[in-house]
Each structure stands twice: as structure tokens, then as C-alpha cells.
Design a protein around this ligand. Structure first.
Ligand code: NAP
Length: 260
């Protein structure tokens, strides 16, 4: 299937590794021209070179911190006429005790998992509406459907973002601009392994025990390859997906048992 992406310009945030990089690769394979953003310039350069070598697509980099106003401004200044935006706040995902973290820490989670993506959407969507094409995919987490106590600030901020998106989408779809949220479960990235190590330390157990426990609770019995997220996002960014908006799509190997 041709996803109608040739000549489209895509900005993928948090894209020097992990899920963001997999998304960037899937979009580039479909012919999109890329801007990829993350903080570390060296890792970004390596990702850009790899994606460009594999696909022949043009890949430009912006090194900036999405959790700051200055960082977001720098990214927006470096890219124009974006047709496809993939928001991804990167990682701020250590387990915490909601009783002991202070208000400043709650605010930091909101900055990372709410404002970092919301500000990009608000800045880029008006141009998409003018050009009568836009696809936005918000990379979130499956737990927005069943928030966990040890990630309360992260999950709360991500639920708030999904709510803000749900409120916006009906004003945008008449302009052929859609926003959907992808909610991954366990994907084989550095962040996942760091997270499992943190859980193990906190629970006084081993990484291996935590990993086995996660697999036991995942009907697929495995963790997923990042490309399985990248290709899903690519479809949501396609010409064909213009009738689908405001959805929170779980991609977690069957862990979530709810009907909706
Ligand atoms: N992997 C999973 O199983 C999984 C499951 C559900 C949800 N998620 C979520 O998906 C997102 C990506 O996770 P991942 O597993 O792909 O992580 P990852 O492999 O660690 O990659 C994170 C990417 O984001 C960039 N980044 C981190 N903080 C940033 C910041 N402040 N500003 C700009 N870029 C930043 C990193 O580069 P720099 O460090 O150089 O900035 C890197 O490119 C996270 O929000 C994570 O919670 C992951």
C-alpha cells in the first residue's frame, strides 16, 4: 500500500533512538522528508545517517530539550511547513511515591508529558489547517487506560494531554487534520530496560524477575520490536487515515483487557 507520504515533511520528536527513531524510519521508508529532534547531537547525527542510508530520505536534526520553552522554540524555528508531527516527550519515567514528591516535581512531569507535546501541537496545527493536510500522532503509553500508582504524575499528565487532544479534534478534521494517540506497552528500547531496572531496585528484586513477571502478564508472551510501533504510526500519518481522529490506540500485546 502506498501511504501517500512522498514529499510530506515530518517532525519526529525524541527520535534519536527507541520508539521515536523507529517511527522516523517508518516514515522515511514511505518517502517522507524528516526533521528529527532530541537533546544529544551525536546520537541524532548517527540516527539521521542510518535512516538516510537505509531509505534515501532527507533527514535534518535539531538538538534541543523538549521540556523547556527554549528547546521547543528552537525546534519550531528549525522546521517549517510540517505536514506530519509525532510528539514524543522522551523519557521521564522513573517510579515515584506520590506522597513524597513535591509540587515542583509534579510540575516537571506536566512540563515533560503535557506541555512538551501540547505546545508543539498548538504551534504546528494552524499551518496544517491552512494547507488542508495534517497528521499528528501523540506517542503515549498504554497505562493512560489504567493508570498506575507508581507513575501517577506521568500518567496523569498523559491523560490530561489525551483529554486536550480529544477536545480539539472536531475543529481540525474539517481541514483534513487528524490527531491520534498511540499507547504502547512493552517495547524493546533503552528506556524499557532502564525502567525495569528501577522497578527491580525499588521492589528489592532482580531485573530478571521483573522482566519475567512482565512477560507473564503479557498475553503475547514477548516484548515488541520498535518497528511494530513505527509502522502503526506511519499508517496513522498516511493519506488513507484522514477519517480517523481522536483515538487512543493500544499496542500492548493484549495486556489491556477493557472493551474501550
Ligand atoms: N519502550 C517502551 O516500552 C515504552 C512503552 C510505553 C511508552 N513509552 C514511552 O515512549 C516514549 C519514548 O520511549 P523510548 O522507549 O523510545 O525511549 P528511549 O529509547 O530512551 O528514547 C528516548 C528518545 O527521546 C529523546 N529525549 C529524551 N528526553 C528528551 C528531552 N527532554 N527533549 C528531547 N528529546 C528527549 C532521547 O534522546 P536524548 O536523550 O538525546 O534527548 C531519545 O531520542 C517515552 O515517553 C516512554 O515513556 C515507551
Amino acid at each position: 500500500m502506498d501511504l501517500g507520504m512522498h514529499g510530506r515533511r515530518a517532525l519526529v520528536c525524541g527520535a534519536s533512538k527507541g520508539l521515536g527513531k523507529a517511527v522516523a524510519l517508518s516514515l522515511a521508508r514511505e518517502g517522507a522528508e524528516l526533521f528529527i529532534a532530541a537533546r544529544g547531537q551525536d546520537t541524532l547525527n548517527a540516527a539521521a545517517e542510518e535512516i538516510s542510508d537505509l531509505t534515501g530520505s532527507r533527514v535534518r536534526t535539531v538538538a534541543a530539550d523538549l521540556t523547556t520553552h527554549e528547546g521547543r522554540r528552537a525546534i519550531l524555528a528549525a522546521c517549517d511547513d510540517i505536514d506530519i508531527l509525532v510528539t514524543n516527550p522522551g523519557v521521564r519515567q522513573q517510579p515515584v511515591d506520590f506522597r513524597t514528591i513535591d509540587r515542583g516535581e509534579w510540575d516537571a512531569w506536566m512540563e515533560a508529558h503535557f506541555y512538551a507535546s501540547l505546545d508543539m501541537i498548538r504551534a504546528i496545527v494552524p499551518g496544517m489547517c491552512e494547507r488542508r493536510f495534517g497528521r499528528v500522532v501523540n506517542l503515549s503509553v498504554s497505562f493512560i487506560k489504567f493508570p498506575q500508582v507508581s507513575f501517577a504524575p506521568s500518567h496523569a499528565a498523559r491523560v490530561a494531554l489525551a483529554g486536550a487532544i480529544a477536545a480539539m479534534v472536531r475543529e481540525l478534521i474539517p481541514f483534513n487534520v487528524t490527531i491520534n494517540t498511540v499507547c504502547p506497552g512493552l517495547f524493546d528500547t533503552d528506556a524499557l530496560h532502564t525502567n525495569l531496572h528501577a522497578h527491580a531496585r525499588r521492589g528489592g528484586t532482580s531485573y530478571e524477575a521483573i522482566f519475567e513477571d512482565r512477560l507473564l502478564h503479557c498475553p503475547a508472551g514477548r516484548i515488541a520490536d520498535p518497528s511494530e510501533c513505527g509502522d502503526l504510526v506511519a499508517f496513522l500519518c498516511s493519506a488513507q487515515s484522514g477519517f480517523m481522529t481522536g483515538q487512543n490506540i493500544i499496542n500492548d500485546g493484549g495486556v489491556y483487557q477493557g472493551l474501550f
